[in-house]
Write a new protein. Sequence first.
Length: 340
Amino acid sequence: MARLIPAGIATVLAVLLVAAAAAPAAAQPFLKFSLETRVDSQAVPILLALDRGYLKAEGLDVTIDPATGAQEVLSRVASGTYDFGLVDINALIRWRDQNPGVAMPAVFVIYNRAPFAVLARRSREIAAPKDLDGKRIGASVADGSLANLRLFARLNEVDPSRLRVDAVALPVREPMLASGQVDAISATTFTAVDLAARGVPAADIVVLPMADYGVVLYGQAIVAGPRLVAERGDTVRAVLRGVLRGLRDTVADPARAIEAVARRIDPQQTARELERLRMAVRDNIVTAEVRENGFGAVDMERLARSIDQLALGQEFRTKPRPADVFDPAFLPPRADRLPR
């Protein structure tokens, strides 16, 4: 019996050591991340952070799911069903107008410059904002483009009442322009790729980026759930470090980065998504402001102006403050976020 007791103790100790070694893996935070729509080029930095192990290296176990639009993402994250979401920050601003008491800020901006645009047919004698006067324009409420169109018109001295606006469903917006049923549409700069794929001659496509005509809005951003913001700040910081690595890889080599999308979609769509990604890197992700302040951050004065601009296209009941919309507390240090 005297010989058995030390052996038994040794066995217990061994079990305890194995359990202790396994504890970090068992305690590894499991997180759910919601995209705004289907898997496409906008999701590349997030997907790379997952596929290349950057999130795992931070001790995180993350799943990424598509959604049907901004409202679904915001509802998922606000309810706690999902921990993070990728969503247009302007949709968040409008959502906060309806839900002022919920602390669900954006914590990292990926599109420093929003890609909103008016796309038109040159053959309909449209080459500048003033040419939209009296023209028939397709816009959707579902993605906020109708409100953006009103904002764009007012900033460019076009009377919104003189726009012949058709509120259309998203699936028919581009086909209507391609078939000539409308003269222009309110969408994004990336929509030019879809129009070309539908056979619209490149010479007949006019793209009027709203950012080139006075619109100062930010674009796609990561939002964090209320509980994470309040109780698990280190987890938010860890996710952002992983996403930053994915974003750097995206900027450095879009052709390789798009593979994260290619393995998840119809291969025939890959070339189109790569073109969109290259446009985004050039026009929306790496800007003069990003070169100065680093990836992920916002200029709070500019954010305040953007909220004021949104009020031109949609009346607020409770106008959000910039600090309600964006929380910089979880960003990696500026030196780590500067483009290389």
